[in-house]
Structure formats: C-alpha cells, structure tokens
Ligand binder design. Sequence first.
Ligand code: HEM
Length: 218
Amino acid sequence: MEAVIGGARVALPWLDMFLGGTDTSAVTLEWGMAELMRNPAIRKKAQEEVRRIAGEEGRVEEKDINQLHYLKMVIKETLRMHPPTTLLAPHECMRDTKLQGYDVMAKTMAIINAWAIGRDPRSWDRPEAFCPERFEVRRVDFRGSSFELIPFGSGRRICPGMALGLAGIELAFANILCHFDWDLPNGTTPEELDMEERFGLSTRRKKPLVLVAAIPPS
Ligand code: HEM
C-alpha cells in the first residue's frame, strides 16, 4: 500500500502486512462459522473433535492443532467457497508470453478470480455444497501447488503470511467451538441465514453474523 505524504508517494509495507494479516483471518472465521450454522451436522462433528482434543484441560493449544484433522478440512472448505481475497492481487506480465495458445503482452494486468476457481464445476463436484469431507478423498493442497484451490495465490508472490494466518484461524476457530454452543438468534433457521457477500478488498458478509453463545452444560 502507498500513501501520499507531503506530495510524495511513500510505500507502507507494514500497513499491507497489518491489513492482509488481520482482516483476511477475521473474514475467514466469520464465513466458517456461518457455514457451520447452516450445516449443524458438520458443526457437531467439528465440535466433537475439538472437545475430544481439548480433553480435561478444556482448551485447545498450539500443540494440539495438528490433531484437528476435521477442523482443518472445514477451514479448507471455507477458503474454497469464501476466499477472502477474492481476486488475489493484480499481477503484471513482465514480458510477451504465450499461454495455452493465447498471446499475453508485456504489461498486461492479470486478475485472477480465486472465488470462481473454487466454485468451478469442472474442478469441483457439487461446488455450491459446503462439504469438508470432499478433502478426505481428494488430496488438494491449498498452498499454491493445486491451481483449483488458490486462496493464498501461488508462485513467487504467494502470501508470505499463510502459515501464521492459518495457525491463528485454527486456534481461534477451535476455541470458540470448544468453549461455547452456538445458535442463531430469534428462531432463525439454518436455511434462513443470509449468505450474501459484499465484494471489497476482502469479500465479507453483507450482513454481519450475529450468533447466540451458550456455555455448554458440564
Ligand atoms: C486467511 C488468511 C490469509 C489469506 C487468505 C491471504 C491471502 C493472500 C493473497 C491471495 C495474497 C496475494 C497473493 C498473490 O499475489 O497472488 C496475499 C498477499 C500477501 N499477504 Fe496474505 N493472506 C492471509 C493472511 C496473511 C497474514 C497473516 C499476513 C501477515 C502477517 C499476510 C501478509 C501478506 C503480504 C505481505 C502479502 C503481499 C505479498 C507480495 O506481494 O509479495 N497475509 N495474501
């Protein structure tokens, strides 16, 4: 990100880092919870796993994260359907290139729609269904090597904060599922939950997610 200070353009990489690092994780968490509210059976399965791993300590810590196999699939499925940086970052072609029969001129701006790629029926069976189990049979990586799932981009400009972002999302997601039972307010049914998006720097929910938290009976 750049700012104009005293007439001069100044690069602000720390601001990129701050915005890229906080907003994306918060948006992913909100979409993930929304999908779990629409899919109670998936929520129950994720919550059972988290509470089993939390055990007697009653909380999930960083050392436990690698055991959260189902929750990791829930997060992967969330990033497939709701990549926060919908259009990744614009890339400029450095030299004249031929790509799959197309001529791409130097200086061409390439904008990649990760949202559409994640919902492409040529790559995904029932793409509009939230189904973490699809990753049990299909070993798709989302770290830049499987082009059908690129929420963090790919190649030399892939998101450098991926590991940090994922660890934060996993830990926060696990603990909010561990400590509370969740419900929709005012008798809203899962089918009625509004999933409309608002496109922006990161694509968030048009209406913020409002949920009722309850402490589970011990
Ligand atoms: C769910 C979490 C996150 C997602 C989905 C995400 C996604 C992305 C995407 C799609 C890009 C553009 C990649 C491209 O150019 O093709 C990017 C770039 C970047 N991200 Fe993230 N990000 C996340 C978390 C973070 C965190 C936690 C940090 C830092 C603490 C971070 C810092 C950056 C920076 C500095 C860039 C620019 C890299 C460059 O241009 O070379 N991101 N991110």
